[in-house]
Every structure is written in C-alpha cells, then in structure tokens.
Design a protein around this ligand. Sequence first.
Ligand SMILES: Nc1nc2c(c(=O)[nH]1)N[C@H]1C(S)=C(S)[C@@H](COP(=O)(O)O)O[C@H]1N2
Ligand SMILES: [Mo]
Length: 263
Amino acid sequence: MTRLLLNRRRFLGVAGAAVSTVPLAGCDALDGLLAASHPVRGLLASANGLTYRMQRLLIPADKLAPEFSESEIRQGQRPNGSTDPTDPAYLTLKDAAFAGYRLAVSGLVERPLQLTLDELRNMPSRTQITRHDCVEGWSCIAKWTGVPLARVLDEARVTSGARYVVFHCFDSMSLGLAGSVAYYESIDMIDARHPQTILAYGLNGTPLPVANGAPLRVRIERQLGYKMAKYIRAIEVVADLSPFGAGRGGYWEDLGYDWYAGL
Ligand SMILES: Nc1nc2c(c(=O)[nH]1)N[C@H]1C(S)=C(S)[C@@H](COP(=O)(O)O)O[C@H]1N2
Ligand SMILES: [Mo]
C-alpha cells in the first residue's frame, strides 16, 4: 500500500511536469486520469516507453474495457489487414472447414497442448460486445465469443519465468523485395490473463468468418486493433521476445509501431 502510494506520487510528479496545463493534485485527479477520455491518457499514449510502465502502475490489472449493448452493433466487423490468406497450410485447413485445425500451445508450460476447435468450444466461454479501434482511424462495435486465454494457459500450466504470450499466425505479409514474414504478435502476462482477453471463434453470433481471422483470433480489449492477431496457428509462452521476427514483439512493431498499444 505504502509502495503504491509512493508510486502514485512519483507518477503525479512526472505527469505534472509533462502536462503543465492539466491541474493534478491529490487522488481525485488521479481517479479522473484513469478515465479513458481524460486528456492525460492521450498524452501518455504518445509517450511510448513511459506509457507501458505508467499504465501498468496505475491501472488495475483487471480493469475492464467498456462493453456495449446489442443495439450498439451498427454494422459487421470491418475486415482489415489480411482478409483471405493464401498460405498453403491455411488453405488446406480452410478447405476442410477447419476440421483438422489444432491450436498448439507451447513454450514455458508444463503441458504443451494441441487443441481442436471442439475442445476450445467446450471450454468455458465468454461473450463480450466491445469496440475495436484501428490505428487507421476507424472503430467497430462487435460481439465476440471465445475461451478466455487464461483458461487455456491454466490448462497448459505456465511455468515460472513466463513473461509474454506470442501469437503465431498463418498469414504471411509481404515485405516487398525482402520476401515475406508471418504475422505475429505478443502481449504480457497481465493482458494474457485479463478477463476480457479471449481466443474468439464467434463473431456477432456466427462462427468467426475467414475475413475476421477464422478459425481463431485473439481479442485484447484494452489494446489497439493490430495487437489482436487473427488466423492463430500457435501460442508460445516465452520469457524474451528477441528471437521472433526483428525482435520487437510483432509484425507491426518490427515496422515501427509501439509494442504497448494500450487504450
Ligand atoms: N494475422 C493477422 N492478424 C491481424 C491483422 C493481419 O493482417 N493479420 N491485422 C490487424 C489489424 S491492423 C486490425 S485493425 C485487425 C482487424 O481485424 P478485423 O479484420 O476483424 O477487423 O486485425 C489485426 N490482426
Ligand atoms: Mo488496424
């Protein structure tokens, strides 16, 4: 408790110095800071490296992203990025309606898993209506159904030293003359165990369409769209992100986006 208070004070000092026009004094201001609409949140979001530590320090691990009602779903989830992968392994599975699909769970776990879609669907599920925000400047409200990632991690029994979950995808992205690389993403264990982080197989009451990542994609509701890997082939629990891609934790991160895209 004492430590948390000290950390909060330290944060107040930093934020106050950086954002002199926003008056910050005492805990009321801090509570206001936690509101998604608070101007300081946007400023912090642009402060890159600081953002991750500040948000992890200040925002309770289980703080939920806003959820909406059915009537607020105005349109289908707009497909973006890869929408129809042509990678051979994916096409083979797709042609058989994903009957042969197995989600591989490996890395720092006691029990590596190979889960069928039925096995995933038979695990406890969560349905949530949330807003997807893409950095390209659009948002969509949609209803997602899936198994909490925490349940899958518990099933696999994560071992000590685990710091990140890496999502390996089927779709490869062109790098022009440099060839192509498979889409991948990663999150820390706090986001991995967040109650709204689900491996989704359902969208707006129907099986997840190919355009939106069939048969399985992740929803990480306090993050931007590019973190939410579609076409998930495998999940790897790791202590270090440097062995993957260019070592920055994701396809877009390797091209310069922030790894921590917290909202
Ligand atoms: N495998 C994979 N996952 C991906 C992408 C992609 O191209 N490939 N695009 C990302 C981006 S930028 C966004 S905005 C969302 C789009 O999800 P949607 O097609 O369901 O709207 O998926 C993210 N996950
Ligand atoms: Mo996006």
